[in-house]
Design a protein around this ligand. Structure first.
Ligand code: TRP
Length: 445
């Protein structure tokens, strides 16, 4: 191993922007609004906030801390903190495999977003073309060429950023992309207060109506709090390893969790105010919400073409700042453990993931009939990672932090012993229990 001096962020802001770039992604803008919509709005939002505080935030601190104290990639950090043969490194392996598989299909979805940016630029999401807007996504799915082109485009952009390194790649580009993302978000957010649907949107998101409570909503909320903070696959661990040991893990984690939550809520307001501005549209329109329902609504409003462009650019940047953190998990590992240059590693690993992603890109056209256990490749990779690898990774990281590193590590984070004890026990019991309940219920359902 050739580790002389590891790369680091130039400061706290570099970490905050890169980590919130990882956390804020398709999960916030695409998934959160439709899951909230399907689970009755306000009740789900309340549980989600509780889950972020009691499960997501402690798990985030745990993952960040393993990297920050271990000062190495997702596998080596466990060895540094325990011993060379430590079984806990399996958690790191789960994360590595999960990143690899998730990126292969996340990139296909990222490609759709860039395709929609292109369509918006060319005026295809506008009143002039309103009659064809609902077929834009099915047409894209049916075209193996377009699916491949945009998937490769998205992977190329991801590789381009990662190969430039921690400071000159990840930090440099997230420092540009995240402020633009926040600017676009604010623009769309304030604009939504001028739409007729804003009142209903706020009521839907924030009114607590017990009648729509179900245990499923609770399970969804736990699972999503993990996913939205990018936990369980070593991304936050790897980003944490580029932090100075002296930085406050609690403050940084709280900042990222707050940013992520505020952005998900703002995305909810933007999307539901658009949905409710049109009397015929329902909030619970599932995964098609972003690529079919919203474009239809954009095409129906004044200046909708520009709103559509701003919206899809926002999503594209959110997806890209997330995908770079997935690739970084694998690249950091390979580059450090095998002593290969970062550039070579990023190109090779990125190339392999891009090739694997073709299976997902073809899942809606030439390979639509090829299934494994009844699932297309796209769905197979999705299920394998979200139901198994991510929870296992998250479980391992929390248990390791809670039982191996705490209470010592918690006492370094908090000067107040009570706060340290709360963190320790949340990571020892509450987070693992929540993860196990979600895995169990998914296996049984
Ligand atoms: N948090 C991302 C989102 O909200 C998705 C995600 C889950 C992720 N795990 C990740 C991103 C790991 C990067 C790394 O869309």
């Amino acid at each position: 191993m050739a580790q002389t001096e590891r790369a680091h962020w130039s400061g706290r802001l570099g970490f905050i922007l890169a980590a919130s770039g990882s956390a804020v992604g398709l999960g916030n803008i695409w998934k959160f609004p439709y899951v909230a919509g399907e689970n009755g709005g306000g009740v789900f939002v309340l549980f989600y906030l509780l889950c972020i505080a009691l499960v997501g935030l402690p798990a985030f601190i745990a993952e960040l801390r393993v990297g920050q104290q271990g000062q190495a990639n997702a596998v080596q950090s466990f060895k540094n903190l325990d011993h060379a043969g430590s079984k806990w490194r399996v958690a790191g392996w789960c994360g590595l495999v999960a990143s690899f598989l998730i990126l292969s299909f996340y990139s296909v979805v990222g490609g759709w977003v860039f395709d929609f940016v292109w369509l918006a630029i060319h005026g295809e999401i506008s009143p002039d073309n309103a009659a064809n807007v609902s077929t834009l996504l099915p047409e894209l799915h049916a075209s193996a060429f377009r699916q491949t082109f945009w998937h490769l485009f998205f992977m190329a952009a991801t590789v381009f950023i990662v190969l430039a390194g921690v400071k000159d790649g990840l930090e440099r580009y997230t420092k540009i992309l995240m402020p633009v993302l926040l600017g676009l978000l604010m623009l769309l957010f304030f604009r939504s207060f001028a739409t007729p649907g804003i009142g209903k949107a706020l009521e839907f998101l924030f009114r607590f109506d017990l009648s729509s409570f179900s245990t499923d909503s609770l399970l969804e909320a736990v699972g999503h709090s993990f996913f939205t903070l990018s936990l369980g696959m070593g991304a936050i661990l790897t980003y944490g390893s580029y932090l100075d040991k002296k930085e406050s893990a609690f403050r940084l984690s709280l900042t990222v969790a707050l940013l992520d939550t505020v952005i998900a809520l703002a995305a909810g307001v933007i999307i539901f105010s658009t949905v409710f501005s049109n009397p015929g549209t329902e909030p619970n329109s599932g995964p098609g919400l972003m690529f079919i329902t919203l474009p239809l609504l954009f095409a129906d409003m004044d200046g909708g073409q520009y709103v559509a462009l701003a919206f899809f650019l926002l999503v594209a940047f959110a997806a890209l700042t997330s995908s770079v953190s997935m690739l970084e998990v694998v690249v950091a590992y390979w580059h450090e453990q095998h002593n290969v240059s970062r550039k070579k590693t990023a190109l090779t690993v990125g190339g392999i993931i891009a090739a694997l992603g073709l299976l997902s890109a073809f899942s809606t056209n030439v390979l639509a009939d090829v299934t494994v256990y009844g699932l297309t490749f796209f769905d197979l990779f999705d299920k394998l990672t979200s139901l198994f690898l991510l929870p296992m990774g998250g479980l391992g990281i929390s248990l390791f932090f809670g039982w191996k590193m705490c209470p010592k590590s918690a006492n370094q984070i908090f000067s107040n012993p009570l706060h340290a004890a709360v963190l320790t026990w949340l990571c020892r019991i509450v987070v693992p229990a929540a993860v196990l309940i979600v895995i169990g219920s998914e296996i049984l359902s």
